[in-house]
Design a protein around this ligand. Structure first.
Ligand code: KE4
Length: 424
């Protein structure tokens, strides 16, 4: 494959944009090569500036669950654009999206739209602190909830690969109320509640961790979090920015049968446009301005073009029979292909259309075992697969996302590439 145009664009971009990218993980530092610049995408494929085509398993980090440029979503966006791009005023579309979210996730009886997952989680934490009158929060090492100051502590995703989990520029005072527990280790949560009685406003968790690679909750873990937060007067916040509408219409909370007090969403609910949301029990959300004293605002919150994309996407997810079963079947088959081809050298964690290939011979059930993976081996795998026309996350600590546009041809091409890697 030729990458001359991407290389040239990267050199030029580095002069105007930090690291040449608008989000760190895109810089490919963890896989030791220059990034490819994408020119266009359709269905299960993306195409770079040099004309190389790839089967896409990043799907823009989750939003493109229907595949790229889905005709109905594009049409909805075009139709909305023709009526103006933004008004800064309430619209029927925002109500329609809020109703759809509530229909699919009944725990979100009241929700507020924002423009990113970061905004959603930052705002949900503020609402939890306002509601409980407490300052401390618990998050889990390796979980990522966006880049707001108080949550950029022992974070996952890009913060992991940057090997600077505590970002510079974040005053110690901004993170002293952020307590760190270990995902899938209930005792670490219990200990924090014992040491901070009456001070913890909320536990924030990715119900399926997908920013240290994909790590599934051990049986009972989410139920434990639900119980201890109820018992200690704290709120449970499910960060479903990745799992929401990914694992099913009702997200992880429906799949695992655990109802949080607040949920944050992003990615899929914007259908590829910038949308986040936070919401939950009415008594909590009624504290949010202008009803209550918890302030939060946004110029483009509920943007009519973005909400049109989100509504079109969710309606297709809701109204297409067997769509989630098809996604899960592909995910399961892909996991099987990788396990069969790479054997004991990898641990593949998969749930529905979300999966991760860890280069370790051990089971990956928490941060410790996830970060014991051989990131150099992953980088080797990534680069081989890229040359074979398979576009994976450029980091061991991300996920593979499958879209409804991935079919038999894409499966065969991907599986053949994995088998080829096994033989080098
Ligand atoms: P955004 O602000 O990037 O829209 O959402 C932040 C966020 C919140 N919660 C969870 C569980 C998330 O995974 C994310 C963002 N996910 C990363 C991928 N691991 C976005 C990719 C990137 O940072 O470029």
């Amino acid at each position: 494959m030729r990458f001359a145009k991407s290389e040239e664009l990267f050199e030029q971009s580095k002069r105007r944009i930090p690291g040449g990218v608008n989000s760190p993980v895109r810089a490919y530092q963890a896989v030791h090569r220059h990034p490819v610049f994408i020119d266009r995408a359709a269905g299960a494929y993306i195409c770079d500036a040099d004309g190389n085509s790839y089967v896409d398993y990043v799907c823009s980090w989750g939003p493109c669950i229907l595949g790229h440029a889905h005709p109905a979503v594009v049409a909805a966006v075009q139709e909305a654009c023709a009526r103006g791009l933004t008004y800064g005023a309430p619209t029927a579309g925002e109500l329609a999206l809020a109703e759809l979210i509530y229909e699919c996730m009944p725990s979100m009886e009241v929700s507020r739209l924002v423009s990113s997952g970061t905004e959603a989680v930052m705002s949900a934490v503020r609402a939890a602190r306002g509601f409980t009158g407490r300052d401390k929060i618990i998050k889990f090492r390796g979980c990522y909830h966006g880049h707001s100051d108080g949550l950029l502590v022992r974070a996952g995703s890009g913060a992991l690969t940057q090997s600077a989990p505590d970002s510079m520029g974040v005053p110690a005072d901004y993170t002293k109320h952020t307590l760190i527990a270990e995902y899938n280790h209930p005792e670490t949560v219990r200990e924090l509640f014992e040491k901070n009685p009456g001070e913890i406003a909320a536990v924030v968790v990715e119900p399926v961790a997908a920013n240290m690679g994909v790590v599934l909750p051990e049986p009972g873990f989410l139920e434990f979090l639900r119980g201890i937060t109820k018992d200690r007067g704290a709120l449970l916040i499910f960060d479903e920015v990745i799992t929401g509408f990914r694992l099913g219409l009702g997200g992880a909370q429906e799949l695992f049968g655990v109802k949080p007090d607040l949920t944050t969403l992003g990615k899929i609910i914007g259908g590829g446009m910038p949308v986040g949301a936070y919401g939950g029990r009415k008594e909590i959300m009624d504290l949010v301005a202008p009803v209550g004293p918890v302030y939060q605002a946004g110029t483009l919150s509920g943007n009519p073009v973005a909400t049109a994309a989100g509504i079109a996407t969710i309606k297709i997810l809701r109204d297409t029979p067997g769509l989630y079963e098809k996604l899960a079947a592909y995910g399961g088959r892909m996991a099987g292909c990788v396990r069969e081809s790479l054997g004991a050298s990898v641990c593949v964690n998969q749930i529905g259309s979300l999966l991760c290939v860890f280069f370790t011979g051990e089971r990956v059930t928490d941060y410790e075992s996830a970060t014991a993976s051989d990131v150099s081996a992953y980088a080797h795998y990534f680069n081989y697969m890229l040359e074979q026309g398979i576009y994976l996350a450029p980091s061991q600590y991300e996920a593979m996302f499958v879209s409804a546009a991935h079919g038999e041809e894409e499966f065969e091409k991907t599986c053949a590439a994995v088998k080829g890697f096994a033989q080098i």
